[in-house]
Design a protein around this ligand. Structure first.
Ligand SMILES: NC(=O)c1ccc[n+]([C@@H]2O[C@H](COP(=O)([O-])OP(=O)(O)OC[C@H]3O[C@@H](n4cnc5c(N)ncnc54)[C@H](O)[C@@H]3O)[C@@H](O)[C@H]2O)c1
Length: 277
């Protein structure tokens, strides 16, 4: 079965497509016969990624843009509208991380929000006419993170950005399904631990616990075909049952009036571990 957004002869736009999950998605979509637009920061990685798709016989366009800059994405949209077949898939996937602290500097928060959260908002708003105006079935997939749901201690800037992606994409799904005659759906991709440029040094071997980017995008297509909104990916360390336990515990902090992030609180950590699942 093929999701109507993944039709041969149509176009997919992916941000963060020079590396990791975005690059694997571009390869896989081209293999399905879609034209692909790879959007990323300038650099050799983008050139390599587009060359890889073309070498495999795919139609690909590489466009340089910082997703935090709306005008740059408007220029991408203009090129795609003029040069490519109708767009039926948008993947707002570009993302970054850096150390941050709630009591530290603003810079890490500003840079992380610009790419991870504004990148998704800009990409959704700027590319939306490309998927809405032709009236065909289409999908917008925004990449969130488990860290935006269970918000573990360690990197608040990343967690807040991804919590924003979750809230934005949930609202987007609601808006789209309440739009008269709209055939565009929204989806939240929630990767597990994926061996990519974000999580590992270039060329390092994949740890056994991580999934490859190829495994992650294969899971994405299957979930899209099922019509899932929350595309909650496992990895080799974390089965879905463990994610369910963690997500339920995080929601339970509010319902049970426990301290924030009680999973990591000395008085509660053992109680979490004792939960079944
Ligand atoms: N790898 C994981 O374990 C994991 C887990 C959860 C979520 N994610 C998310 O998956 C998405 C893809 O990440 P990945 O793991 O493939 O990492 P990656 O580093 O391999 O790829 C991310 C790409 O985004 C690009 N990018 C970063 N900032 C950008 C900007 N401002 N404008 C344009 N492009 C920009 C980078 O240049 C890079 O090519 C990210 O949103 C990340 O937060 C990854």
């Amino acid at each position: 079965m093929t999701h109507p957004a993944l039709q041969p002869g149509r176009t997919a736009i992916g941000t963060g497509a020079a590396s990791g999950i975005g690059r694997a998605a571009a390869r896989a979509l081209a293999a399905r016969g879609m034209a692909v637009v790879l959007v990323d920061l300038a650099g050799a990685a983008l050139e390599t990624a587009v060359a890889e798709v073309r070498a495999a016989g795919g139609r690909a366009l590489a466009l340089v843009a910082d997703v935090g800059e709306r005008a740059a994405l408007e220029a991408v949209a203009g090129r795609v509208k003029a040069e490519m077949p109708p767009v039926t898939l948008v993947m707002n996937n570009a993302g970054r991380g850096e150390a941050s602290s709630c009591l530290g500097q603003a810079g890490p928060f500003e840079r992380t929000f610009a790419a991870n959260l504004w990148g998704v908002i800009n990409g959704t708003q700027v590319f939306a006419p490309l998927v809405l105006d032709h009236g065909e079935a289409a999908a917008i997939v925004n990449t969130g993170s488990k860290q935006g749901i269970t918000t573990p201690p360690g990197n608040p800037a990343y967690n807040v950005s991804k919590a924003g992606v979750k809230a934005f994409t949930e609202a987007l799904a609601h808006e789209l399904r309440n739009r008269e005659g709209c055939k565009v759906t929204a989806h939240l991709l929630i990767p597990g631990w994926v061996h990519t440029g974000l999580t590992a040094a270039t060329g390092s071997p994949k740890p056994p616990g991580a999934w490859s980017a190829d495994e992650t995008v294969a899971f994405l297509w299957t979930a899209l075909e099922r019509g899932d909104f929350y595309i909650l990916c496992p990895d080799n360390d974390t089965p879905r049952s463990l994610d369910e336990k963690r997500i339920a515990w995080a929601a339970g902090d509010i319902i049970q009036n426990r301290p924030a992030l009680s999973r990591w609180h000395p008085d509660w950590a053992e109680a979490f571990k004792a939960q079944p699942g």
